[in-house]
Design a protein around this ligand. Structure first.
Ligand SMILES: [Zn+2]
Length: 235
């Protein structure tokens, strides 16, 4: 689905990842669930670009619902997979600390599980090779993505700021649709390791100039990152 010029979303409000198509090549942000591989191929076909145009994939963090087709992409195309050093182990092994689930409603929670089954979440492959990045890195990929450290949801959670498409990709640093309650609007994401730290990290987001804030779960947020951060704090 096209969001804006050169900016596409794969998946839906339940689980989303993003594609940036520029003349020099394609950058992906997050890899959703394994079944989103077919969504990727469909989107590429729709814009008339071959898989070989994908120059790299940047993971906002290492959780399983964000690395879905990463290993397949890496193995089939050789495209590098970037992840913050503090989440590299999580992306490679799937190991993560247990967090209390928090509030949920049965319908949305079952919807999340059912969507995961449909998109092959149980078959998620860990990423065998990653390129570790750090806060402040500017990646040599189409759009020159900037890594912004947002620890809290996980130690290596990042926002990915891409001025070329006027967007910041936030993974689960915030959500605009709570996968367990179905509640919409900017708010803290569930399954967060360190909720206090995640809120503090919103300061990093608030300083970024962009017109789009794009989460891993929920509708695209059109507006300044500062307003999204403020909305999360008052949710
Ligand atoms: Zn997630």
């Amino acid at each position: 689905m096209k969001i804006a010029p050169h900016l596409h979303r794969l998946g839906n409000d339940v689980v989303a990842s993003y594609l940036i198509d520029l003349p020099e090549g394609i950058t992906l942000v997050d890899a959703g669930l394994p079944g989103h591989w077919h969504d990727l191929l469909r989107e590429l076909e729709a814009i008339g670009r071959p898989l070989g145009d994908v120059r790299g994939l940047v993971l906002t963090h290492g959780d399983s619902d964000h690395i879905g087709f990463a290993e397949r992409l890496r193995a089939e195309t050789g495209a590098p997979v970037f992840v913050h050093a503090a989440d590299a182990h999580r992306a490679r092994t799937g190991e993560k600390p247990k967090t209390p689930m928090g509030p949920f409603r049965l319908g949305p929670m079952l919807g999340f599980l059912a969507y995961g089954l449909r998109k092959n979440a149980v078959r998620t492959q860990h990423v065998r090779e990653v390129v570790e990045v750090a806060d402040g890195d500017v990646l040599d990929l189409p759009g020159r993505p900037v890594v912004v450290g947002m620890p809290g949801h996980s130690p290596g959670s990042i926002a990915v700021h891409v001025p070329a498409v006027d967007a910041v990709f936030v993974g689960d640093a915030l959500t605009t649709r709570h996968v367990l309650t179905g509640r919409t609007g900017a708010q803290p994401a569930p399954f967060t390791d360190e909720p206090e730290q995640a809120l503090a990290s919103l300061d990093r987001l608030a300083g970024l100039p962009a017109s789009w804030v794009l989460p891993g779960h929920g509708a695209p947020w059109q507006g300044a990152p500062a307003s999204a951060a403020a909305a999360v704090r008052t949710a």
